[in-house]
Write a protein that binds this ligand. Structure first.
Ligand SMILES: CC(C)(COP(=O)(O)OP(=O)(O)OC[C@H]1O[C@@H](n2cnc3c(N)ncnc32)[C@H](O)[C@@H]1OP(=O)(O)O)[C@@H](O)C(=O)NCCC(=O)NCCS
Length: 143
């Protein structure tokens, strides 16, 4: 289940984001992880979600248009201890449904070409590579 980010989630999200591995920090840096920045997300015009499954807080994700793009960009992370259990795929399906509900017809993402697990997940979920930007690749899925 995706729950839109609320004030009550900030302490726990902050805590999880402070404890990411070096590799996670290298692959996932959508915004700063300090408390002030997290608080500011509650007021901006993008969509941020906490991902729950059977009552447990499993990860964090978002879709953003940066106030101008027609196709939103997703970002996601599953907390380390919950990985390799299929949650990434569940999160992606829920994020796609949410994107459709918001009225968008496609979803994009940018992933480091060294992030083999991320790329594997996205390909499995039907995303296709469309272009390269330095050491990252852009992928898209028409919903
Ligand atoms: C990418 C990420 C979201 C995947 O989450 P997850 O819950 O482990 O994903 P799933 O369990 O649904 O697995 C998806 C696929 O990746 C594979 N996979 C996951 N972890 C793996 C690992 N350590 N080694 C090899 N394959 C792995 C799974 O086996 C599965 O493929 P399969 O069904 O063919 O077996 C997670 O690794 C993560 O949060 N990484 C750090 C943040 C990040 O890179 N986010 C993306 C930024 S663009």
């Amino acid at each position: 289940m995706l729950d839109e980010l609320k004030e009550k989630h900030i302490p726990i999200l902050y805590n999880e984001l402070q404890n990411l591995s070096d590799e996670d920090n290298a692959f996932f840096h959508p915004h700063l992880f300090d408390k002030k920045t997290l608080e500011s997300l509650l007021k901006d015009n993008e969509k941020y979600y906490i991902f729950y499954y059977e009552g447990e807080l499993i990860g964090y994700c978002f879709i953003r248009t940066f106030g101008k793009f027609e196709i939103p960009t997703l970002g996601c992370i599953i907390w380390g201890r919950y990985r390799e259990k299929g949650y990434g795929e569940i999160l992606m399906k829920e994020l796609e449904e949410e994107t459709k509900k918001l009225g968008f017809k496609s979803l994009m993402l940018k992933v480091y070409n060294k992030n083999k697990i991320g790329i594997k997940l996205y390909k499995k979920c039907g995303f296709k590579k469309i272009s390269k930007e330095g050491i990252r690749i852009w992928m898209i899925k028409h919903l």
